[in-house]
Write a protein that binds this ligand. Structure first.
Ligand code: WAQ
Ligand code: MG
Length: 260
């Protein structure tokens, strides 16, 4: 049995009453980590770079072990770019390589650049760029995912020089999202003003770009590009409700263990 812990925090009142989205988080943890996980999420909400939350919603729900799916972690590549313009051009190229139509990729980048304070993601048609979900300003929030073996994951990240919370959480999210039927690619950069890196994920890997937005900007978000005829009800149900644990590739864990 695991527990799904989900947090969303806002400033100026609850999200549904027009408050500004500050922070969100989702974990799937055992009983022994539950209290510490809840406390850490509350602390995150109260001392966030987007502002201190005055509304925090925390939901804790038991998830039976038999409902949990496993999927493998995406391999990670980092591309150092000189600035935002170069970064966005490289991200656009990566999206097109993944099968997103050029106009749809351009529309996706423009949409993210104009997004203001969504707490979830936009789902768009990879061929036309047209938005397919009807969640409006809130967006679709991916939830009920975590890493299967945290120590193995942290070791795997560290062996590649990665160690911040943004990366740790984003790879888990992207790995769950890319395992969805019909998924073509994801484009993301943070809404946290100090975090300028972003990524394009495809079912084949997670490619980071060191600059996808200017330092200090609070405009960030996520877009999932899907094949035409993707069943949206099934997809949204999977993203929101299917519990998924992410596993580090086995040979990398062994290699890491040997090198230690
Ligand atoms: N489901 C759907 N959309 C989400 C979720 C979620 N669980 N969490 C965040 N978003 C959307 C939402 O619109 C946020 O405003 C936006 O993404 C940014 O969220 O490799 O930290 O948590 O160096 O600020 C990417 C690069 C970091 C990491 C992304 O996003 C790296 C990040 P944040
Ligand atoms: Mg954020």
């Amino acid at each position: 049995m695991l527990y799904s812990v989900r947090m969303r925090a806002a400033q100026g009142g609850a999200h549904e009453l027009g408050g500004k989205h500050v922070s969100g988080a989702e974990r799937l943890v055992g009983r022994e980590l539950l209290t510490a996980t809840v406390t850490a999420m509350l602390e995150r909400a109260l001392s966030h770079s987007r502002g201190a939350a005055d509304f925090t919603n925390l939901v804790i729900e038991a998830v039976p072990a038999r409902d949990i799916q496993e999927t493998v972690c995406l391999p990670v590549t980092t591309i150092a770019v000189t600035g935002v313009i170069a970064g966005r051009a490289a991200a656009q190229t990566e999206l097109i390589k993944a099968g997103v139509a050029p106009a749809a990729a351009a529309a996706g980048l423009a949409a993210l650049a104009g997004v203001n304070g969504m707490r979830g993601a936009i789902i768009a048609d990879a061929r036309t760029g047209v938005r397919l979900d009807t969640s409006g300003q809130s967006g679709i929030r991916v939830s009920r995912m975590d890493i299967a073996d945290e120590q193995a994951y942290l070791g795997w990240l560290k062996s590649q020089g990665y160690n911040n919370t943004h990366i740790r959480e984003a790879i888990v999210l992207a790995s769950k999202v890319m395992a969805a039927p019909g998924m073509v690619a994801e484009l993301c950069w943070s809404d946290d003003p100090e975090y300028t890196a972003g990524y394009v994920a495809t079912p084949g890997g997670y490619t980071r770009f060191t600059h996808l937005k200017p330092y200090g900007s609070e405009i960030g978000g996520r877009i999932f590009f899907v094949k035409e005829n993707t069943n949206m009800d099934q997809l949204i149900k999977y993203l929101q409700y299917q519990p998924v644990l992410i596993k580090v590739p086995a040979e990398e864990v062994r290699a890491d263990a040997v090198s230690r």
